[in-house]
Design a protein around this ligand. Structure first.
Ligand code: MEV
Length: 310
């Protein structure tokens, strides 16, 4: 049997902007998805998906998941009709929008197949296979989610728009507590990314200005991380959220979670990932603050993840 894991992730700065070659900062979280692969006799592959989920997530992503797995097999040069396998997905990462669930599963499956078929792939090649799998979930992924899922830690990521190597730099920090608040809404990355593209095409000048403002935020955030200036990181997250609202990827439910987090002392809060549902990230250094913010959100009936970045 072959096994592998993929980390969940949270984007601290730069979702959507990263698609256009602007830098983003993402962190793996401690929660992971695990894949176990074993050979079976029946033709083709069988998938057993035991991941915990936001209700409806797996059903909504079913078609995309089939396409994704097909792409991973193709990339690795394995034909499951000739070498049938059973893939079992498990782990404590909740399958939800905004937490990198699809990328974590792609990384886990690629690692498990690599082990079962003794392919001897490097992390870089696993990342390429996971990137290929991510295309099944949305045609034009930036690559940030699979990179965080494969490597872990806090990373500075810049997509190379000419197709060459992406810039990936590790940022070393003392881990900081965060709260991820779940709207419970499953969003479709493909649709939201394509809506942003249309809006950008219709408002080139406004978007140019937003992109320049965002770029400054990302540079300042990198310095703030390096100098351990947590207050500054929080303020920059708030500014990043305001820009995400302007490009049209927030929603009432996310704005409400951001408001509750800030009112209860979060240093900064913003949507994370695709938006229009999915998750909100709040920066809550220290167990006490993390607990206060997490409880305030839970009191509204929403679920949260208490975890750390870095
Ligand atoms: C999704 O987690 C992040 C987006 O920026 C899309 C991508 O980077 O591929 C919205």
């Amino acid at each position: 049997m072959g096994s592998g894991i993929g980390f969940g992730k949270t984007i601290v700065f730069g979702e959507h902007f990263v698609v256009y070659g602007l830098p983003a900062i993402a962190s793996a979280i401690t929660n992971t998805t695990r894949a176990d692969v074993k050979r079976i006799n029946a033709g083709n592959y069988r998938l057993i998906d035991n991941r915990p989920e936001t209700p409806g997530y797996k059903e909504k992503k079913k078609e995309q998941q089939i396409d994704s797995i097909k792409r991973i097999f193709g990339f690795l040069g394995i034909d499951p009709r000739e070498k049938p396998v059973e893939i079992v997905l498990s782990g404590e990462l909740v399958a939800a929008s905004g937490v990198g669930a699809s990328a974590a599963s792609c990384a886990a499956i690629a690692r498990a197949l690599n082990e079962e078929f003794s392919l001897g792939l490097s992390d870089e090649q696993i990342n390429e296979a996971a990137f290929e799998g991510e295309k099944g979930y949305h045609g034009t992924p930036s690559g940030i989610d699979n990179t965080a899922a494969v490597y872990g830690g806090l990373i500075w990521f810049k997509k190379n728009l000419s197709g060459g190597e992406n810039t990936i730099k590790r940022i070393k920090i003392e881990p900081i507590e965060i709260v991820l608040g779940n709207t419970g809404i499953t969003s479709n990355t493909s649709d939201v990314v394509s809506d942003v593209k249309k809006k950008k095409e219709a408002n080139e000048r406004e978007f140019d200005k937003i992109f320049r403002d965002y770029e400054r935020i990302a540079e300042e955030a990198l310095n703030a991380f390096k100098e351990n200036k947590v207050e500054a990181i929080g303020k920059l997250m708030n500014k990043n959220h305001a820009l995400l609202q302007r490009i049209g990827v927030s929603c009432d439910e996310l704005d409400e979670l951001v408001k509750i987090a800030r009112e209860n002392g979060a240093i900064g809060a913003k949507l994370t990932g695709t938006g229009r549902g999915g998750l909100m990230i709040a920066l809550t250094p220290g167990k006490e603050l993390q607990e206060r913010v997490a409880r305030a959100i839970e009191e509204t009936g929403k679920t949260v993840f208490r975890t750390k970045i870095g």
